[in-house]
Design a protein around this ligand. Sequence first.
Ligand SMILES: [Fe+2]
Ligand SMILES: [Fe+2]
Length: 196
Amino acid sequence: MPIRKRSTATLRRLIDAAMDLERRTMHLYCVFESQFSAREELRTFWFDMAQHESRHFGALALVAGLLESESNRGLRAATALTPVRVQHLRRLLTRLQAEAEKGVAVERAFEIALDVEGSEIEDVVLDLLQTLKGEAERERAVKLLIHDLGDLSYMIEKYTSNHALLARADELLEQQVGRLRPKAASPRRLLHSVKR
Ligand SMILES: [Fe+2]
Ligand SMILES: [Fe+2]
């Protein structure tokens, strides 16, 4: 098999694996959307989270389509997503999904979302988007992630009194803001400019 073709096939497998992770993440948030549907603000929050995962899924589907239409596209990257890493992330989501389906308190649901958003799942999408669609697309995805983390932080503050959890959310938010603009002065100020 020519090297170029093999790279394309490998990348296609990586995209499929990433799409599966995004679909599972979306499903997890759909479970919460239904569990907390009695409180409109919570329902909307989980709906938005699920919708953003569906957009990641869609972005990856588009990348797969571009790849199919031009199979000798420059394909260098996404090497960070190894089968071992995929397995690890799948196991994480399977475990969290099983727990979520049994029903959890709202605080635990936020904690699970933090575990997922802080895992490498989103990094995988960002890597693939950057590789195949360029820096602008990656930046757009990071802004959406910052938006979600800002909302998550707000919800933790509003619905729990768990300061450690809030600190974790804010730390993750700051990390992502740092990735976007290393010299950004204030995550919350930047967050404001990122809001839709
Ligand atoms: Fe995602
Ligand atoms: Fe996400």
